[in-house]
Design a protein around this ligand. Structure first.
Ligand code: SF4
Ligand code: SF4
Length: 610
């Protein structure tokens, strides 16, 4: 699917994330920055893939804060700008975000924030509608692929007209759903603008900040009447019982009402829910006897509805979070079915859920891919440091080394935290502390932790697992990658001199698949005091194959299934290993040819790939 094809009126089946891209293109987006994070990653990846043909500027920024700052600069310069990240990324970007909401963004700034109810690929399921309220950001919440496109386009229009950054909040199901989308006109990208100097607005010294806070609040009140009458907020259905619903719950409710057409309810859908449309909600609440509020995660709408009722003296019964509608996890059609039936005083129907029962599914614990160099490093580190050490982990594929037998993650906070929280741990306990961080995460926010570690004379071994890419989110480039691979001007940053420039004196670089070299380096660094850094380098095998075009010419084979090969299976846990009865085998299809097992067991031999 080519999203740059300007076929107005064409209808295509798009991923929610692709529809967002098309919507931004239809708005004439000229500048896109991001930090990749599931479930938002396909949005920047699609812009990146199309960037040779599109006339917009695109960058993978080093982290979300930087992405927000470059986006803010472009939007102040008059260019329609999109910045994308996942929900936890907004924590990183929150500093510039708060001020951008104060000063406004004349060129138009849309912030795609992809929340992850259910923690499909995240460390928490924070509800970023709180950021919407904290920062003061008008917020769209699409529920279909078509809305993903249309709301993105309209968010740009309103951002320019209202002079405010706008949040486009999605959740995993919306980002990754597929649905039909009708294309609109595709104008040329607006890649340059004009900055009209106004230090009294744009230089946020305290006096300006105070004034701009009032300006923001005034602006939000001016916007509210428009939201009260916005076509994205619609009423349908009939009855004395009402439902107020937002986000993906709109899609679940729509399914339920189709499945059970005898359910009679009046529905208020909020697609543009902030500033909260108080008049619209008050009118709706007065038109029914009782209201059920459907929203994933926090009871934000529920509380706003209760507030409207309290302020206006309305006695309508408001029902929200309960046994069917918890404060955690995703909702589902079956959960909404149960909630709605109970709300209406009906028996909850037996539901035929179209999925295999969980217990019948084979267990699939999270595991590193066959041939992943992180496994090689973990085996050596665990051998040398054992259970006595505390392992500080970070965000990336290497977190998959958490489970036995590797057990290489004892705690994890957020992107870039392994260095700093490892330092804190090493002050608190007597055990040695080993921190792991990936190359992309090191650039994202590990460098600051390392500078702090040196400056404060902490005691830590930091292992930088440099696999030359951002593996977990789909092999996006970062400053340590050879940019010429992506037809960009070379802008390569080498990790080793960076580490040295931070003041680390004990730095070693080894090949991550070389067990002997790892042993030697780890033993040398094990008991040394202070901050030590081991850089373990080896491209992620998937990236090596897909992007670098490297092919492994060898695979491993169990020559003799004995104690040694069994021990290797149990300590390495490479997914290419399996047991056939008592015999240890290696799947030639799954073996990635890293040759680590060959170094660990004399019963395993290399052989050429046919
Ligand atoms: S994607 Fe690459 S880095 Fe991630 S687990 Fe697989 S091999 Fe390792
Ligand atoms: S060489 Fe050994 S460790 Fe590497 S992928 Fe193949 S079976 Fe797994």
């Amino acid at each position: 699917m080519n999203l740059l094809d300007p076929k107005s009126g064409a209808r295509e089946l798009l991923l929610g994330n692709e529809a967002i891209v098309r919507g931004a293109l239809e708005a004439g987006v000229g500048f896109i920055s991001c930090y990749p994070g599931t479930p938002s990653s396909e949005v920047p990846d699609t812009f990146f893939r199309l960037s040779d043909r599109g006339d917009y500027y695109f960058e993978y920024s080093i982290n979300e804060k930087v992405a927000m700052e470059v986006a803010g600069g472009a939007a102040l310069g008059g260019v329609p700008t999109l910045v994308t990240m996942k929900h936890v990324g907004v924590n990183v970007a929150a500093d510039p975000l708060m001020t951008l909401a104060y000063i406004g963004t004349p060129g138009g700034l849309v912030i795609l924030c992809a929340d992850d109810p259910g923690c499909h690929s995240s460390q928490n399921e924070q509800d970023n509608r709180y950021y919407v309220r904290l920062a003061g950001l008008p917020c769209f919440e699409p529920a279909t692929a078509q809305e993903c496109k249309d709301m993105t386009r309209e968010a740009f229009e309103l951002s320019v007209r209202w002079q405010q950054p706008i949040m486009l909040r999605t959740t995993t199901r919306i980002n990754h759903m597929r649905g039909p989308v009708t294309f609109g006109e595709l104008p040329p990208a607006k890649i340059s603008g004009e900055f009209v100097k106004n230090p009294q607005r744009f230089v946020s010294v305290p006096a300006v900040g105070r004034a701009r806070h009032k300006a923001l609040l005034t602006n939000l009140e001016k916007i509210r009447p428009e939201i009260n009458s916005s076509p994205w907020n619609r009423v349908y259905g009939q009855g004395n019982d009402g439902v107020i619903v937002s986000g993906v719950s709109r899609a679940y409710l729509s399914d339920v009402l189709k499945l059970y057409p005898d359910l009679k309810v009046k529905v208020l859908e909020l697609g543009l829910g902030y500033p909260f449309p108080q008049d619209l909600v008050a009118d709706f609440v007065q038109s029914v006897d009782r209201v059920l509020v459907l929203e994933e995660l926090e009871p934000i709408l529920e509380n706003e509805v209760r507030l409207v009722c309290q302020k206006r003296g309305l006695s309508t019964h408001v029902q929200g979070k309960d046994q069917d509608l918890p404060l955690f996890d995703e909702y589902s059609t079956s959960g909404v079915t149960a909630a709605l039936h109970r709300f209406l005083g009906r028996d909850v129907p037996d539901q035929q859920i179209c999925s295999i029962e969980q217990e019948k599914l084979p267990a699939r614990p999270p595991n590193l891919c066959a041939g992943c160099s992180h496994r090689s490093v973990y085996v050596r580190v665990r051998k040398i440091f054992g259970d006595d050490a505390v392992y500080s982990s970070d965000i990336g594929c290497y977190t998959l080394g958490m489970l036995p037998p590797l057990k290489a993650a004892d705690f994890l906070l957020c992107m870039g935290s392994s260095v700093s929280s490892g330092c804190g741990m090493s002050r608190a306990v007597k055990n040695p502390v080993v921190a792991f961080i990936g190359d992309s995460t090191f650039f994202h926010s590990g460098i600051t932790g390392l500078a702090n570690a040196v400056y404060n004379q902490h005691d830590l071994l930091l292992v930088i697992l440099d696999n030359r890419t951002t593996a977990m989110t789909g092999h996006q480039p970062h400053p340590g990658v050879d940019q010429s691979l992506y037809n960009k001007k070379p802008g390569h940053l080498d990790i080793e001199p960076l580490v040295k420039a931070c003041g680390v004196e004990q730095v070693k670089k080894v090949k991550a698949l070389n067990q002997k070299a790892l042993d030697q380096a780890l033993n040398e660094m094990k008991d040394a005091p202070g901050v030590r850094v081991l850089i373990a380098e080896e491209p992620c095998p998937l990236y090596a194959r897909r992007v670098l075009g490297q092919k492994r010419t060898q695979k491993a084979k169990v020559a003799v299934s004995d104690e040694s090969s069994l021990e290797c299976l149990h300590t390495l846990a490479c997914p290419a290993f399996y047991l056939e009865g008592e015999e240890v085998r290696i799947s030639p299809v799954h073996c990635a040819g890293c040759m680590v097992c060959v170094q660990l067991s004399s019963s395993i031999k290399p052989e050429s790939r046919s």
